[in-house]
Design a protein around this ligand. Structure first.
Ligand code: ZN
Length: 344
């Protein structure tokens, strides 16, 4: 099944089943070890795929069921970062977090998610998307005691990400998305080297590439930060013109219930736009009409073949019941708009 116009997808994470890790919690520890953990993660991926397919989601992900955290799980598999040593740093210029320390040259000696991606590929006939952290966001989630330069460390990560992305594409991934929430905070770095290192991470890939930029999960530090941003959130105005001229194919952004002026989408002319039509900070399940309304507001600024209804961010802090309800609303809302476009 291919819906053609208005293909739906999700930003990345879905809640994990309670038997895999504690529910409704970020960084929740696993409840299994060894082979039993591998099997449990795979069963969780199967359920995540099924939930998306049943909800009418066209481009399917693994709901990030095999990782604890969208940045650190990737970094755990690299050399040069010491997870025993930890430092408390201010991340996203917003909240204190205990993070591992870069103690030497960073490198990747083995694939991180490639086996997981192969498994996902075998579990669905639909196009699949895989997410990786972006270089700037990786740098901003660590304490660096080796490179002495955020830019140098970002270039090193960009090369590692590209190695991983090439292998993910070879495993059959259709879209590789780099998560760069830090793009909404460090505008000078985005301009000077953030987009360039992102392009390096995405260089020469045979599949589509995407970047996800958001205002974060529904955790307290983020909701408090949002209150300080005023009545119009114009952060995207800094980054979209740079992304519009970049090699990245798709941009995933926050829209529904945000204070982002919708016309900023117009700055992404020619790109695929993943419009966030699902609020990840509330248990209220959107109605299909609410989703359709968000899509309709975006349509004057992006053609329907370039518009991908999506979630604002990952759904991981929500309950499974709420998350599945939101997936269904996303699928049903997109169907409503598709219907009216096909009749026009
Ligand atoms: Zn996000």
């Amino acid at each position: 099944m291919n819906h053609g116009l208005l293909q739906t997808t999700i930003a990345g994470s879905l809640p994990k089943p309670g038997w895999l890790a504690e529910s409704a919690k970020l960084w929740a520890p696993w409840k299994w070890e060894g082979d039993a953990l591998i099997e449990a993660k795979r069963d969780a991926v199967r359920l995540a795929v099924r939930d998306q397919e049943m909800a009418g989601i066209d481009i399917v992900g693994d709901g990030e069921q095999t990782r604890q955290h969208f940045v650190t799980t990737f970094i755990e598999h690299l050399h040069g970062v010491d997870f025993q040593q930890r430092k408390t740093v201010r991340i996203r210029d917003r909240y204190e977090a205990s993070v591992p320390v870069v103690t030497g040259r960073v490198s990747r000696s083995q694939p991180v998610y490639v086996e997981d991606a192969r498994f996902l590929r075998a579990e669905t006939m639909r196009p699949i998307k895989y997410t990786l952290p972006g270089p700037l966001t990786m740098v901003d989630t660590l304490y660096d005691a080796h490179y002495g330069s955020r830019e140098k460390l970002a270039w090193a990560f960009a090369e590692i990400l590209n190695e991983e992305a090439q292998e993910l594409a070879a495993a059959g991934v259709d879209i590789i998305q780099f998560d760069e929430p830090a793009f909404n905070v460090f505008f000078d770095e985005v301009r000077e080297w953030g987009v360039k290192t992102l392009e390096r991470a995405a260089a020469d890939l045979p599949c589509k590439t995407a970047v996800h930029i958001c205002y974060g999960y529904g955790i307290k530090a983020n909701t408090e930060w949002k209150k300080t941003l005023g009545s119009e959130w114009r952060q995207y105005e800094e980054t979209f013109p740079l992304l519009q001229t970049s090699t990245i194919d798709q941009v995933s952004l926050e829209c529904h219930n945000s204070h982002v002026p919708i016309e900023l989408i117009g700055l992404l002319k020619g790109k695929d736009v993943l419009v966030g039509a699902i609020d990840v900070t509330t248990d209220h399940i959107e109605t299909p009409e609410e989703v359709a309304d968000t899509i309709r507001k975006a349509l004057p600024y992006v053609a329907p073949e370039h518009l991908y209804p999506c979630t604002n961010c990952g759904l991981v802090p929500l309950s499974r019941e709420v998350a599945v309800g939101k997936l269904k609303a996303l699928g049903a809302g997109a169907a409503l708009v598709r219907q009216s476009l096909n009749q026009a």
